[in-house]
Design a binder for this molecule. Structure first.
Ligand code: 13P
Ligand code: SF4
Length: 363
């Protein structure tokens, strides 16, 4: 098969009505049959999400990809790091495709592998005890490889507390990247005192910390964040409580700690869906996560009162790049014997990254 990378889609895709594009996707799916598996993350726009064979949060989708041994082509409707993890967890003869290569994750980009390596060198060069690296799955394959070869693990929003507990049993402290907030929220849920959690500020000597503070720390956090989840503030949460008595507030753990600690519940996208599904008709919710998931819950559960926690759009623009037109384009190419937008992690990087991913799947 010919392998091609991202091109500008022609008018055949861009100017066609979405309804027609969707009919063509359905026909291509049928034609490609059992060779194809479409995975869809919960933040995907509805028009694309409807074509997913399996849907989930990052952990569930990684497990789905690892288990899909009989599927030659895995089309990942999500973002780049998710497709990379799928490539690492599948066999060499399986092909993972991301319908738009511009679908990255800005938070993942906040931890560059060279920057992490030099911070690591600085941190482990001073005597602070044995450090275990933990990376959120929202990170590049190179970061995962770095962690894998240093005895660390990947975590996702649904197992971060478990992975942190494991990592602290392996060493004196944890270096956690790239999401400051998931790291802080997990440490706080485990009861780690605030003065034992410090922030590593990129570009500053010792990350802006004193040697004494680093020695005392149990958890050292990289200062990355998700712009979507920064939209949710403690003030908004207080306003909902005042406006709608009895409202339940659930947020994703990428939110700031002051938001998470005021919420009734928190959890991964999968956990948010379960909480709403398990609630009784008539229950009222304000949800602090990406808008496409919140809108889907609103239409699936019209008998619950569901609100987005913030008045701003809260759209993950990179997830939104996976449009039906891009999905159709990759399927049309597959049907014509061409692979477009294949995600291929170099073998040496994949082998090291797999150490960290496998550790997570075992913990
Ligand atoms: P989940 O693993 O909870 O689906 O989260 C992925 C993500 O990118 C959240 O912003
Ligand atoms: Fe990345 Fe935030 Fe988008 Fe999740 S919502 S993929 S963390 S930018």
């Amino acid at each position: 098969m010919t392998v091609l990378q991202q091109v500008e889609l022609g008018s055949e895709y861009l100017q066609e009505k979405e309804e027609i594009i969707c009919q063509r996707i359905a026909a291509r799916k049928k034609e490609l049959g059992g060779n194809l598996l479409i995975l869809g993350h919960h933040y995907q726009q509805e028009a694309t999400f409807q074509f997913a064979d399996l849907t989930g949060d990052s952990l569930k989708l990684a497990r789905n990809a690892a288990a899909a041994k009989d599927r030659k082509y895995i089309v990942f409707c999500g973002v780049h790091f998710m497709a990379e993890s799928a490539d690492i967890l599948t066999s060499a003869d399986q092909v993972v495709i991301l319908p738009d290569l511009r679908a990255g994750c800005p938070m993942a980009d906040m931890a560059d592998s060279d920057e992490v390596a030099s911070a690591w060198q600085e941190l482990t060069g001073v005597d602070t005890g044995r450090v275990i690296p933990v990376t959120y799955v929202n990170s590049s394959a190179r970061i995962k490889a770095f962690v894998g070869t240093r005895g660390g693990s990947v975590c996702t929003s649904s197992n971060a507390e478990r992975v942190l507990t494991w990592a602290l049993s392996q060493g004196d402290k944890v270096f956690f990247f790239p999401d400051e907030h998931l790291g802080r929220n997990s440490a706080s849920a485990l009861g780690i005192p605030e003065d034992e959690v410090v922030l590593w500020q990129r570009g500053m000597p010792l990350g802006g910390n004193t040697l004494e503070a680093l020695r005392k720390a149990k958890v050292i956090l990289w200062n990355g964040y998700c712009t979507v989840h920064m939209e949710f503030t403690a003030a908004l949460l207080d306003q909902w409580r005042e406006r709608v008595p009895g409202i339940r507030i659930i947020v994703h753990p990428e939110c700031r700690n002051e938001v998470m600690s005021r919420a009734d519940q928190y959890g991964s996208t999968e956990a948010i869906i379960k909480a709403v599904a398990d609630s009784s008709p008539g229950s009222k919710w304000a949800i602090g996560t990406e808008v496409n998931l919140v809108n889907r819950l609103k239409s699936q559960y019209p008998d619950r009162e569901i609100h987005l926690l913030a008045p701003s759009p809260c759209l993950c623009e990179t997830m939104y790049r996976i449009r039906p037109a891009s999905l159709l384009w990759v399927l049309d190419n597959l049907a014509q014997g061409r692979i477009v937008n294949q995600i291929t992690v170099p073998l040496d990087v994949a082998a090291d990254a797999k150490l960290a991913l496998d550790r997570m799947l075992r913990i």
